[in-house]
Design a binder for this molecule. Structure first.
Ligand SMILES: NC(=O)c1ccc[n+]([C@@H]2O[C@H](COP(=O)([O-])OP(=O)(O)OC[C@H]3O[C@@H](n4cnc5c(N)ncnc54)[C@H](O)[C@@H]3O)[C@@H](O)[C@H]2O)c1
Ligand SMILES: O=P(O)(O)OC[C@H](O)CO
Length: 345
């Protein structure tokens, strides 16, 4: 009997709980209660876990959408992990290492099946770790990944979309597929993992860039040109790190489709626009506009820049480099268009 725990309760974490909670009763091989680990916090003076368990709604991170009653929220990690065989990790990437160390300290993870829904990456000394590599380093298991054109609030409203499930093992892939596939959330399964997750992390940087371009007042053609260069750099960077990434992964939902949806209305795009217009820092904008949700794009731009600088690659990735410089080194926002001058790719 499989038992599922969702580690995370943010905007996407709560939506994942909604999908899984709706799916679980369709299958007999799963324990029917799904635990959701909630980072301890209060909302309007009441513990968030109490609000979720009594109203079947997460009023802070996914207001207006009901969860099924089989979702049990808890901030007691030991309780959340009790008997778990399948762990869904869905938290902002900056909190991942400390969170996984806490898991490893409490349970034997050697037989645990893990999937990452995170879009981010990590700099470790002079190399980059993907999210699943960072999890593997701590939990000592090979995680799968789910990533796609998936703006959470739209999915919570049952608007149809697609997502890419990257899993190297067929029997495990089938389990994750059953947990996530619905008539409004259509999963394509691939065996690649690193390409799927890297495209998800890199598109956040490009979305910031397209937002910055929008904030300068340009029209759609100019933004499309930045988006195209971003797609080229996403592919080049992914192949630089993982040369075996199959060519068609970028055509899956986790590649071009996620880039398009993110550049039309994701949080990274929206705050890129505000940054460009107001010149307030991303930290300030996150605080003012996201209601506790976290931004991944600027941090990822920084991480890529550090890696590229260490490897003399900054000129190979002019868009990633200039997005970092605009975000963190006060470079003029209009300079983003200099990356397009004489482009021959
Ligand atoms: N929201 C989306 O539409 C969406 C869609 C696909 C993928 N993602 C990815 O999913 C991941 C999680 O995003 P999200 O939208 O669920 O989260 P979010 O942006 O809503 O972030 C808030 C979450 O962070 C938690 N948190 C705050 N401080 C913490 C700490 N110190 N330790 C641990 N947790 C802490 C909060 O409790 C909350 O659950 C990200 O990598 C994101 O890129 C998001
Ligand atoms: O809101 P963003 O920019 O974090 O993007 C959300 C999802 O990743 C879109 O697929």
């Amino acid at each position: 009997m499989e038992k599922v725990c969702i580690y995370g309760s943010g905007n996407w974490g709560t939506t994942a709980a909604k999908i899984i909670g709706e799916n679980i009763p369709k299958f007999s091989g799963f324990h029917q209660t799904v635990n959701m680990f909630v980072h301890p916090e209060k909302f309007n003076g009441t513990e968030l876990t109490e609000l979720i368990n009594t109203t079947n709604e997460n009023p802070k991170y996914l207001p207006g959408h009901k969860l099924t009653s089989n979702i049990h929220a808890t901030s007691d990690l030991r309780e959340a992990l009790d008997g778990v065989t399948m762990l869904v990790v869905v938290i902002p990437h900056q909190f991942l290492p400390s969170s996984m160390k806490a898991v490893a300290a409490l349970i034997d993870t050697s037989k645990l099946k893990v999937i990452s829904l995170i879009k981010g990456m990590y700099i470790a000394k002079d190399s980059i770790q993907t999210t699943t590599q960072a999890i593997e380093a701590i939990l000592k298991v090979k995680p799968s990944v789910l990533s796609g054109a998936n703006i959470a609030s739209e999915i919570a409203g049952h608007q149809i979309c697609e997502s890419t499930l990257g899993c190297a093992f067929k029997s495990e892939s089938d389990l994750w597929y059953n947990l996530f596939q619905t008539d409004y959330f259509n999963i394509q399964c691939v065996t690649d993992v690193y390409g799927v997750e890297l495209y998800g992390a890199l598109k956040n940087v490009v979305a910031v860039g397209v937002g910055i371009a929008e904030g300068t007042g340009v029209g759609n053609n100019s933004k499309a040109a930045i988006l195209r260069l971003g797609l080229l750099e996403m592919k080049k960077f992914t192949l630089h790190l993982f040369p075996d990434t199959p060519n068609d992964i970028i055509l899956q939902s986790c590649g071009v489709a996620d880039l398009v949806t993110s550049c039309m209305g994701g949080r990274n795009y929206k705050l890129g626009v505000e940054f460009s217009k107001t010149k307030k820092s991303f930290d300030q904008l996150e605080e003012e506009l996201l209601g506790g949700q976290k931004l991944q794009g600027p941090a990822t731009a920084h991480e890529i820049y550090l890696y590229n600088k260490n490897h003399n690659l900054t000129e190979e990735f002019p868009l990633f480099t200039i997005i970092y410089q605009i975000c963190y080194e006060s470079r003029d926002t209009h300079d983003i268009f200099k990356t397009l001058h004489g482009l021959r790719l």
